[in-house]
Structures are given as structure tokens and as C-alpha cells.
Design a protein around this ligand. Structure first.
Ligand code: ADP
Length: 607
């Protein structure tokens, strides 16, 4: 948003400054395919020089005709040969233009892929916090929407500019013989429309930037209205017309701005274009009068007129290439902004801690989300030893999931520290740390892949290992229904792809649990309410299994079912981000606090 507040006097400077991305775009294209870049450059050169050659042959032809008409000595076959030559050169032009368009198409595909991969690779290095930040999301969306086509466009325009500059130079050399002023008029007449173009490119870009939130809202509405997971509610709550109206309103608003800009751009384009027309006809009259006065031959007149007309087109094309390059640069600044997004480095390198027997410890941990007004966790301290199980109890929004996010280093504590094996998480190598943890969140992934991959995703090293899938599925209690499906582990899940099969909420949860059990090496298992959609019997059976499988493991589970919670070695009650009670089931009941209250409430429900 800073751009639009900059004073317009800085325009030329800003205009030049913005071309800094040209070099990077060229380098990008060059490293994407050297062969194609060289082809593009050579063909540009050829296509740039040939038009002047054609104009020159044209002059020779007309003069040849005039000479043949006025003198009997002149051989008319010479003129015919010149025509053949011109036809040949025209074919060369056509061939080089075709070659240009082939190289451009191929480069476009390669570059589009390359830039998209760059965008996605960057996404992999970013933090969860980045994705939860709407400004960052705008950057990502802008980068994805435009950036993949812009580098090539920039390079095409650069080459186009070179091509036109070559043509223009060759025209200027020929025109110079007529009068240097003709060259000045030729170039001068194009400048006003150029400055107008540049200004409007900048305006269009700023419009594009401001609008990113609205455009995203539109994309979001499309998703809600037209994607399988939104459809149910949209239909049953009859949200359709209202959402569609919102979609239309956004368009109307954007369209008004677009129309204003387009009209202004084109009106100015037309008015300033008149200047070029006037210049052309002025020059036309001048050349004709010079010819009538016998200053030049008829052939020269024809050539100069062609030169002037084509020269004007080349000036216009060059100038619009420059303003287009300016525009591409603006859009590329988005891409590079996004790619340059600072990544908080993980400093830690430790793969082991000094005291494995100490297990996991939270020491006076406090945390608030970036931009949030209050703490999500305040002064949380507890410790679990290897082999122990911990249950977290608390109402929605009390901070249970946040605690897990800190433990898994998706976020870092604002205060206090978390130790694993006696070593601060900050010092742990994040990969080594994550290998030790198997976690299933409430909103676990429902991948539109096969059943096997959905389970295998729990341990990428063994993502294709069918034997492990089956074992994990057995522990996660997913095996029975998977084996009932005709294609078993090969069954495609979800509805997005052909033959996909949708599962019930509870079945998805069993898949997710099995995914956690793929991580046989992990010694910290975390289940954040992944069993809420299961029947109580399945949940109890799973946790039983979970405990018996995890002798030396630490388990943390979040559940609202006390039948499950009570079995944990240690229970922590969290309220508003603070630990209010801590103990085992019996001691907490004896304490007769919140836990006892909630437990009795639920127990009553079952009586
Ligand atoms: P629980 O898992 O106990 O239901 P959470 O840990 O998800 O609760 O949330 C704790 C508090 O943090 C809530 O007040 C919630 O609004 C807030 N919160 C959760 N996620 C975010 C986030 N990404 N950004 C900002 N605030 C968040």
C-alpha cells in the first residue's frame, strides 16, 4: 500500500527502479532453457533486420520499373528477379516469426512449470504462522495468479523491443538520407502515448494489488459454492443465492474501477495516437512534395513512405514493449516479494538430548498468537516421563491444541521453554524432533489419494509399504472396513477423482489414527480429539490398544470423553490457557474441582 502514497514526482525514478527484475527474469529464462533462449535471440535478430531489406528491395523494384519504362536499355528481367528475391525474403520473415512463436510457446510451458515449482518449494519452507497471516496469503495468491506468465512475457517484450529497435535503426539509417528531421518526427510523435501507457500500467498494477483480498474472497466463494465439501450446507441452509449475490457485488465493484481505468487508458491512447497520425501525414506531404520537386526518385518516395509507416509502427511497438516491461516488472516484484519472504531459520542441530529419562517438560510456557490480543497459554508447566500418558481436558478454546502446536514446533513459545530429553526444543534439529512425534490433529488431512497412501503418509519413508499400512490399519481399527472395500488399500478416497469413495467421519478418523500408527519410531504420540466422531466403544478400544502398544512411549491425548481420559496416568485440566488442576483420575475426583464436576456431569448423562 506504500506505493500509492509516493509522490508522483518520483515517477521517473520509480519507473527505472522497477526494471531491476528484468535481469532476474532474463536469468530465469536463460537457466530454464539455454537452447530456446538462444533460438529466440537469433530469430529476433533475423525478424528485426528483414523488414528494412524488404523496403529496400521495394525501392529497387519501383526504380527498376521506372527505368525500364523510360529507357530501352534497362532489362525488365532484373526487376522480375528482384520480385523473386523479395518473395524469398518475405518467406524468411514468415519462417522466423513462426520459429519465434514456437520457441515462445515451449518456453512458456517450461517457465510456467518452473515458477510454479519455485512458488511451491518456497511454500514448503514457510511457517504455519505465515499461512495464517492474511497479508501473506495475498502475496501468495498474487504470486500464483500472475507470476508464472510474467517472466516469459518480460523476456518476449525485451526481445520484441530489441527486434523493433533493430528494425527502427535500419529504417532510421535509410530515412536519414532523406532528412534527419524525419527521424526526429518519427520517434518524437510516439513519446506522449508512451508516457500515458506507463502511467496507466502502474495504475492497473496498483489496482491489482489492492484488490487481492476481494479477488481472494471471490475465489473463496467459488470454492464454497462449487466444491463438494461446501455444497451440503449451501443447499440445506439455502445460502446459494446470497453467496452468489456477494460474488456478483464484488465483481460489480471491481468492474466499475476496471471500466474507469480502461476508458481513461483508451481515450488517452486515442487522443495521443492522433498525434502520430498527424505526424505521419505531415511527413507524407513533405515526401510527396520533395518527389514532385524532383528531390528524390519515385522508388525512393515509395520506400520512404513504407519506412515512415513501418517506422511509426516500430516506435509504437517499442514504446509499448517498454511500458509492458514496466508492467511485467511490477508483477514480478510480487513474485520476488513472495520468494524473498523471510524464513525464520531453525537453528537447532541436536538429534539427541542428554537426559532421555526426563521425557518432555513444559517450563513456565506462555504463548500468544501473532497479532492476538491475549495469551493463548499462560505459565504452563508439567512434565511427562517415558512410558507415561497424559490427558488434556478443557473446554473449547482453552488452549489444548495450541499446546500441541508448541510441542511440535509449529510455533515457538513466547515465554518459558519446552524441553525434550533435557534439551530445549530450540536446540533440537526440527526434522529429528518431528520424527519423534506422531500427531493427529482434529482437522487431520483427508487426502484425495488411495487408502494406502493416506495411511502411509504417516511415515514418508515407508509411504508405499503395503505391509506397514496393513499393520497400522489394524492398530487404528481401520483394517476391517478397508478390507471390505473391493480394491482394499488401492481404493481412491474422496470424490475429486474418478472412482473415488467417500468415507464416514468415523472411518476417516480411523484412517487418520492408522496414519499415526505408521510412525512406529515415534516415541511421543499425540491424539488431538481425532476420535470424536467414533462411537465410544471404538474410542475406548483404540486407546486401550494405544496404551498397550506404547510401553516406552509418551502419549498425550485430548478428548472430551471421560471414559477415555480417566485411564491416563496424568490428567491436566486447562482453563483459559492456564492449568487449573493436575493429577490422576482418583486424585482429581477427590479434589472435587472442575474435573470432578465435569466428570459427574457426563457420568450422569450415561445413567
Ligand atoms: P482448544 O484446542 O483447547 O479448543 P485452541 O488451542 O485451538 O483451543 O485455541 C486456544 C485459543 O487460541 C482460542 O482462543 C483461539 O481462538 C486462539 N487461536 C487458536 N488458533 C489461533 C490462530 N491460528 N491464531 C490466533 N488465535 C488462535
Amino acid at each position: 500500500m506504500a506505493d500509492e502514497q509516493e509522490p508522483t514526482v518520483g515517477l521517473p525514478k520509480r519507473f527505472l527502479g522497477v526494471f531491476q527484475y528484468s535481469r532476474r527474469a532474463l536469468a530465469l529464462v536463460w537457466t530454464t532453457s539455454r537452447g530456446l533462449t538462444v533460438a529466440l535471440a537469433l530469430l529476433t535478430l533475423v525478424a528485426g533486420v528483414l523488414p528494412a531489406v524488404i523496403a529496400y528491395i521495394g525501392q529497387l523494384i519501383v526504380d527498376g520499373v521506372v527505368a525500364a519504362m523510360t529507357s530501352t536499355e534497362h532489362d525488365p528481367r532484373r526487376v522480375l528477379w528482384l520480385i523473386v528475391l523479395e518473395a524469398f525474403v518475405v518467406i524468411l520473415v514468415a519462417a522466423s516469426q513462426r520459429g519465434l512463436s514456437v520457441s515462445q510457446s515451449l518456453l512458456r510451458a517450461l517457465l510456467g512449470q518452473r515458477v510454479n515449482v519455485m512458488i511451491l518449494e518456497k511454500a514448503l519452507t514457510l511457517q504455519l504462522a505465515n499461512f495464517e497471516d492474511s497479508e501473506f496469503y495475498d502475496k501468495l495468491t498474487q504470486a500464483r495468479r500472475e507470476a508464472s506468465s510474467r517472466p516469459l512475457s518480460l523476456v518476449n517484450r525485451t526481445f520484441g523491443l530489441v527486434q523493433n529497435a533493430i528494425s527502427l535503426t535500419s529504417y532510421a539509417v535509410l530515412l536519414f538520407a532523406f532528412s534527419p528531421w524525419a527521424v526526429v518526427i518519427l520517434i518524437g510523435a510516439g513519446l506522449p502515448s508512451f508516457f500515458a501507457e506507463a502511467k496507466f500500467s502502474g495504475d492497473a498494477f496498483r489496482l491489482f494489488r489492492w484488490r487481492s483480498p476481494e479477488t481472494r474472497m471471490q475465489m473463496y466463494l467459488e470454492t464454497v459454492i462449487a466444491r463438494e465439501d461446501g455444497v451440503k450446507e449451501v443447499k440445506l441452509f439455502q445460502l446459494g443465492p446470497r453467496l452468489l449475490q456477494r460474488y456478483r457485488d464484488i465483481f460489480e465493484k471491481l468492474f466499475v474501477e476496471d471500466r474507469r481505468l480502461t476508458l481513461r487508458r483508451d481515450t488517452w491512447g486515442f487522443v495521443l495516437g492522433l498525434l502520430s497520425t498527424a505526424a505521419f501525414y505531415g511527413a507524407y506531404a513533405w515526401i510527396v512534395i520533395t518527389t514532385i520537386n524532383g528531390g528524390i526518385t519515385l522508388g525512393a518516395m515509395t520506400m520512404y513512405l513504407v519506412l515512415f509507416r513501418q517506422g511509426q509502427a516500430a516506435v509504437a511497438a517499442s514504446l509499448s514493449a517498454i511500458s509492458g516491461m514496466y508492467e511485467d516488472n511490477l508483477y514480478l516484484s510480487n513474485l520476488y516479494d513472495y520468494l524473498g519472504q523471510a524464513v525464520t531459520p531453525h537453528h537447532g542441530e541436536a538429534k539427541h538430548g542428554p537426559h532421555p529419562e526426563q521425557g518432555l517438560e513444559f517450563r513456565h510456557v506462555s504463548f500468544y498468537y501473532p497479532g492476538a490480543s491475549g495469551n493463548a497459554l499462560t505459565d504452563v508447566s508439567f512434565q511427562i516421563s517415558p512410558g507415561e500418558s497424559l490427558a488434556l481436558v478443557g473446554e473449547n478454546g482453552s488452549g489444548k491444541t495450541t499446546l500441541i502446536k508448541l510441542l511440535t514446533k509449529l510455533y515457538n513459545p513466547t515465554d518459558g521453554k519446552i524441553l525434550l530429553d533435557g534439551l530445549d526444543l530450540k536446540q533440537w534439529d526440527v526434522e529429528a524432533l518431528r520424527q519423534r512425534i506422531g500427531v493427529i490433529f482434529q482437522d487431520f488431512g483427508r487426502y484425495q489419494f488411495s487408502v494406502g497412501e493416506n495411511i502411509g503418509a504417516g511415515d514418508v519413508r515407508h509411504i508405499d509399504d503395503a505391509e506397514r499400512w496393513a499393520k497400522a490399519a489394524k492398530t487404528g481399527m481401520a483394517a476391517p472396513f478397508i478390507e471390505d472395500m473391493p480394491e482394499g488399500y488401492e481404493t481412491q478416497l474422496g470424490r475429486w477423482f474418478k472412482g473415488g469413495r467417500e468415507l464416514s467421519g468415523g472411518q476417516w478418523q480411523k484412517i487418520a489414527l492408522s496414519r499415526a500408527f505408521m510412525r512406529t519410531d515415534a516415541d511421543i504420540l499425540v491424539l488431538d480429539e481425532p476420535t470424536a466422531a467414533m462411537d465410544a466403544a471404538s474410542e475406548a478400544a483404540i486407546f486401550d490398544h494405544f496404551q498397550s502398544e506404547s510401553h516406552n512411549k509418551m502419549t498425550i491425548l485430548i478428548s472430551h470423553r471421560f471414559s477415555t481420559v480417566r485411564a491416563a496416568d496424568r490428567i491436566i485440566v486447562i482453563h483459559d490457557g492456564e492449568i487449573t488442576e493436575q493429577g490422576n483420575h482418583e486424585s482429581l475426583l477427590a479434589e472435587n474441582g472442575q474435573y470432578a464436576h465435569l466428570f459427574r456431569l457426563q457420568a450422569k448423562g450415561y445413567q
